[in-house]
Design a protein around this ligand. Structure first.
Ligand SMILES: NC(=O)c1ccc[n+]([C@@H]2O[C@H](COP(=O)([O-])OP(=O)(O)OC[C@H]3O[C@@H](n4cnc5c(N)ncnc54)[C@H](OP(=O)(O)O)[C@@H]3O)[C@@H](O)[C@H]2O)c1
Length: 312
């Protein structure tokens, strides 16, 4: 069982989720946290990963390292997405097994589920239909990670657990134009409105698709919670279980971040909408006593402040 002195390796410590896990571990009093600069430890390199894990001997691992990006990047660089993700997760999971680590958390993503699956999405829908073509290479890599954890659990009796977060946002997100997800690109557009005194904002699609979003501190909380928890299943969805339209999110972000400005929302209907609805069924996480706690408005404000501080 993990305790405040356990040796814990966080892979991907500089990323959105990894950095939140580190903040949460420190705030909860965990004292023995391992992380390594990418220039000293390339997680796609099998021998480097095995040597590092053999030398440092962590007792628990959070795998928050991955190649992650938005639709365009996923579509354009499929080879990078499948190679990097397969290598990172395979190297870490197998090295963990080799030194006898019984419990790790592997982070997947809601895009592992079939494109047209029923909503809200239950864990049991995995491999029940065709994937979204734009990010199928990424999704297949993540599914391989889930199956790898499951297979090691079945064959070797490990307790490797896969958490599937919904769209996540927060400090240290990726704001690259081609690479970013819906929330960081909205934050960036609102920042530009404020700085350049613009009067309108342009959103991809017609604003009608429904999405679920979650603040990264909730994801970090779930990761630590489930690292401590004994669960029978191998795969657990992590989300709020609530969705809104893209238009409603845009209104909410504008109202929260610039309540005194009158902003006209324009929709770029030539851009794709994507699937009409994507929301996770989070009843399994709830059954184990976990639910999201972060307040949406303060999460938006905190994320915005973090972004604007990056630009100072
Ligand atoms: N963001 C979301 O909305 C979301 C939603 C659902 C699930 N997830 C999952 O959560 C996990 C973390 O996502 P994230 O959003 O935190 O991604 P992120 O911000 O891009 O962070 C990923 C981290 O992995 C590191 N990394 C990548 N390749 C590496 C390599 N070869 N060697 C060493 N480090 C490497 C990156 O290092 P650099 O900083 O050097 O690039 C980065 O720190 C992923 O598995 C993702 O699928 C994310």
């Amino acid at each position: 069982m993990i305790n405040k002195n356990s040796k814990i390796f966080v892979a991907g410590h500089k990323g959105l989720v990894g950095s939140a896990i580190i903040r949460k571990l420190i705030s909860q009093g965990y004292k023995n946290i391992l992380f390594e600069k990418r220039k000293h430890l390339d997680l796609t390199n099998q021998s480097q990963v095995l040597n590092y894990i053999k030398k440092k001997k962590p007792e628990f691992i959070f795998i928050a390292a991955a190649k992650v990006g938005g639709i365009l990047s996923n579509y354009k660089y499929k080879a990078d997405y499948i190679y990097d993700n397969l290598m990172i997760q395979t190297n870490i999971i197998n090295s963990a097994y080799k030194i006898g680590i019984k419990k790790l958390i592997f982070l997947g993503s809601s895009c592992v589920y079939p494109k047209n699956c029923k909503q809200p999405i239950k864990e049991s829908y995995l491999l029940d239909g065709k994937l979204e073509e734009t990010n199928d290479a990424y999704a297949i890599a993540k599914i391989a990670g889930i199956k790898m954890c499951q297979s090691y659990n079945d064959q070797f009796g490990t307790k490797y657990l896969c958490l599937m977060p919904t769209n996540t946002f927060g400090p240290n997100d990726n704001y690259d134009v081609l690479n970013s997800h819906f929330v960081p690109s909205l934050i960036k557009k609102i920042y530009e409105i404020k700085i350049k005194s613009k009067k309108s904002i342009k959103i991809w699609g017609d604003g009608s698709p429904r999405r679920e979003i979650i603040y990264v501190d909730d994801i970090a909380d779930a990761c630590i919670y489930f690292m401590k928890k004994n669960v029978r299943e191998n795969l657990i969805n992590i989300g709020t279980g609530r969705d809104k339209t893209i238009k409603q999110y845009t209104d909410l972000f504008i109202k929260t971040l610039c309540p005194n400005l009158k902003i006209n929302i324009k929709f770029d209907k030539k851009k794709p909408n994507g699937v009409l609805r994507k929301v996770l069924d989070v009843s399994l996480a709830k059954k184990y006593g976990w639910k999201s706690k972060c307040d949406i408005k303060s999460s938006i404000i905190h994320t915005y402040e973090n972004y604007s501080n990056l630009l100072k």
